[in-house]
Design a protein. Structure first.
Length: 460
């Protein structure tokens, strides 16, 4: 069939919602409106009565096939993007780590080869800078002009990933001059390392100590410092995975001054809390992710930050390591547990259920946070993030009357657990279309292999 016509659904965009049919042709949205009498043949009609038609999710924070803390994340580009598609996410921006002893351009090429022919949804990369060797910044213009228009730096993990403040300053000013933007992991790594060493010296080596070693102030201090360094570099800045009330306040103050500071939080900070670190045995390792989960007060502040527009994006920070792998590496010392958890498959439905259905955000705000704003922030608009004429036909058909039960047994992520085990949520993701192709039906991948395309993003 040449045409696809989704009839009778409610089209939701960040700007508003309307009952309308959607006509798709050659991978793009051709028309939106009352189209049932359109004189076209060769059309597949799909009845979407009672369904929501939502823009495919855009997740700008994933780590697929990524070397980290002595191991590699468990999802590669095939399994991770299948899981994303089944969960309603049709675009990813993944982190390309700088390889040991590799230049940035070499590392980027390594990551490109990992994705090529494997990804089933469209994707792009952020370039992680973990070693600012002589000449590294000279490569920024070529990286940006190849469509990788954002960089990530770490203010934690000294000795492996962390850049000192001078290097952060250099990355900011060079990236800005090249038309790129910088994503910052804001935690005070040196203080964390000392707190962690004290805990181990006191015999507190279990996974629950991870949270204690990274108190909220370690994030807040680093956020405030990074904002000032960005000011000195005259550069915009995007904070990844913010988790604390103090960070929201710092970003709000900066934005009130019209400084180009943006922030994201993640599904898990909005829906889980620190009580999971009290789990018996090694189970707390499931949520050894960074920054750690916080108390309800912080969680409420993050929801307020989203509603106020202080935080503009919700990502998954999908950084999966199986529990057995976490145990192998860190059973005797929590500092060696690889930091991260799964989430790309469940970000969309968890945000819909916990956000929209619990009355915390509107449907339009949900669309903005999970698709429209991340696409705009990272140069993927207008092709991605909205159901509008001319955009890519990335569409999620969601039945609000249906329900979803999350379980490790049935998930597509290559993982032996999910922190949302057993959650029964309102809403069921039925069909997922990516560039007009049906890629998922009720949580099962039905699309072609390796169909995803690399997206060259525009510079700022
Ligand atoms: O827990 C996480 N997120 N692990 C490492 C990757 C990151 O974003 O810092
Ligand atoms: Zn990070
Ligand atoms: Zn991450």
């Amino acid at each position: 069939m040449t045409y696809l016509l989704l009839t009778g659904g409610r089209v939701v965009n960040s700007t508003g919602s309307t009952n309308a049919d959607v006509l798709v042709h050659a991978g793009r949205i051709e028309a939106i409106g009352n189209l049932t009498d359109l004189p076209i043949v060769d059309v597949e009609r799909v009845d979407c009565t009672g369904r929501l038609l939502l823009p495919g999710g855009v997740d700008v924070h994933t780590h697929l096939d990524s070397p980290m803390m002595g191991t590699t994340t468990s999802d590669d580009f095939a399994s991770g993007t299948r899981a994303a598609a089944c969960g309603g996410t049709t675009t990813l921006v993944d982190f390309a780590m700088q390889g040991a002893g590799q230049t940035l351009l070499q590392s980027l090429e390594t990551h490109r080869q990992k994705a090529k022919g494997k990804a089933v949804i469209d994707y792009s990369f952020h370039m992680c800078v973990t070693d600012l060797y002589e000449g590294a910044t000279d490569e920024f213009p070529e990286i940006v002009s190849s469509g990788v228009t954002s960089f990530k730096v770490f203010m934690a993990y000294r000795g492996t990933l962390m850049l000192h403040d001078g290097a952060l300053f250099d990355v900011l000013r060079t990236s800005s001059a090249a038309g790129g933007q910088v994503c910052v992991h804001a935690e005070n790594g040196d203080v964390i390392d000392r707190l962690a060493a004290d805990l181990v010296a006191a015999g507190r080596t279990g996974p629950g100590s991870h949270e204690i070693s990274r108190p909220p102030s370690t994030e807040v201090e680093a956020v405030r410092r990074a904002i000032q360094i960005a000011r000195m570099a005259d550069s915009p800045l995007y904070f990844v995975h913010l988790s604390t009330e103090g960070a929201v306040e710092a970003v709000a103050e900066a934005r009130a001054n019209d400084w180009a500071i943006a922030g994201e939080t993640c599904t898990h900070y909005l829906t889980l809390d620190r009580s999971l670190y009290d789990a018996p045995g090694f189970d707390a390792a499931k949520v050894v992710l960074t920054p750690p989960l916080r108390t309800e007060e912080h969680r409420d502040a993050l929801w307020r930050g989203l509603r106020a527009g202080t935080l503009g994006v919700v990502s998954s920070d999908h950084c999966p390591f199986c529990l057995e792998e976490k145990r192998r590496l860190g059973e005797h010392d929590f500092r060696a547990i690889p930091n991260g958890g799964p989430g790309v498959e469940h970000r969309f439905i968890v945000m819909y259920a916990e956000g929209v259905r619990k009355g915390r955000i509107s449907l339009e705000k949900f669309v903005d946070l999970t698709a429209t704003a991340p696409a705009r922030q990272f140069g993927l608009s207008p092709a991605k993030g909205a159901i509008v004429q001319g955009a890519d036909a990335d569409i999620v058909v969601l039945d609000p009357e249906g329900s979803t039960t999350i379980s490790a047994e049935t998930q597509n992520q290559r993982m032996d657990y999910t922190p949302y085990e057993g959650w029964k949520l309102p809403g069921l993701i039925e069909n997922v279309y990516a560039r007009g192709e049906l890629v998922s039906e009720s949580g099962k991948y039905v699309g072609a292999e390796g169909r995803g395309r690399f997206l060259e993003r525009s510079a700022l």
